[in-house]
Write a protein that binds this ligand. Structure first.
Ligand SMILES: [Zn+2]
Ligand SMILES: [Zn+2]
Length: 219
């Protein structure tokens, strides 16, 4: 029996269809069978989110990287340079998984709201993700760093008064408009542990909460 094409999962990085019966079902990290890119699922509906992990090339510091992402470039919204970088990475897929390596030109091509960065608790380094389908809103919880479809997260957050995964109701430092403030926080190393989400912060949640005082100031 062949897999029903409609039910197949497709990897956003290499485009290959994934079999329903997975060989790596017992592996800790679920990843693409072809290019090994880890899948990131919405923690509410468990659908795979269109996120691709990337890393800046070695010559770029964290500060330079964030500056380039936040800079509004001429070609913002044009993914062609990122696709070139993805193809370059895929040619080396036989060496094992590594995030898509990008240079300054690629970073400048990103729309700020399409990029997510999560600080790893253990290594302290930032892991970066690009939303390949910006029309699909993606939210990330400030406390547990889990990703969600934005609409689902928003409705659950408002219903339960907190993140549906970790129950945190913390919304501080949450704004797409406060990136300059955030940059200061980064420079001062005043980064909350375990991790801090940057560049796109649940903006719709904040707006929704500001519109409703009952939720802004629980208790
Ligand atoms: Zn793949
Ligand atoms: Zn959470």
């Amino acid at each position: 029996m062949e897999d029903d094409q409609d039910l197949l999962t497709v990897c956003f990085r290499c485009g290959s269809s994934q079999p329903l019966l997975r060989k790596d079902a017992d592996k800790e990290v679920e990843s693409c069978e072809t290019c090994l890119h880890p899948f990131i699922r919405c923690m509410l509906n468990f659908n795979i989110l269109p996120l691709i992990e990337f890393q800046p090339c070695e010559s770029l510091s964290e500060k330079e990287t964030l500056g380039l992402i936040q800079k509004v470039g001429d070609n913002e919204g044009d993914d062609s340079v990122f696709h070139d970088a993805i193809n370059m990475t895929l040619t080396e897929a036989d060496k094992g998984y590594s995030p898509v390596e990008v240079d300054g030109e690629v970073l400048e091509s990103f729309g700020r709201a399409e990029v997510y960065a999560v600080r790893e608790e253990q290594s302290g380094r930032l892991r970066y993700y690009k939303n390949m389908i910006p029309d699909i809103g993606i939210a990330i919880c400030h406390s547990c760093c889990q990703f969600f479809h934005e609409e689902d997260f928003e409705s659950q957050f408002l219903k339960e008064g907190g993140c549906p995964f970790c129950k945190s109701s913390t919304l501080e430092n949450v704004s797409t408009e406060q990136s300059s403030k955030y940059r200061c926080r980064l420079n001062l190393h005043a980064i909350p542990i375990p991790c801090l989400i940057i560049l796109k912060f649940l903006s719709t949640i904040v707006r929704a909460c500001l519109d409703d005082e009952g939720i802004t100031a629980p208790g």
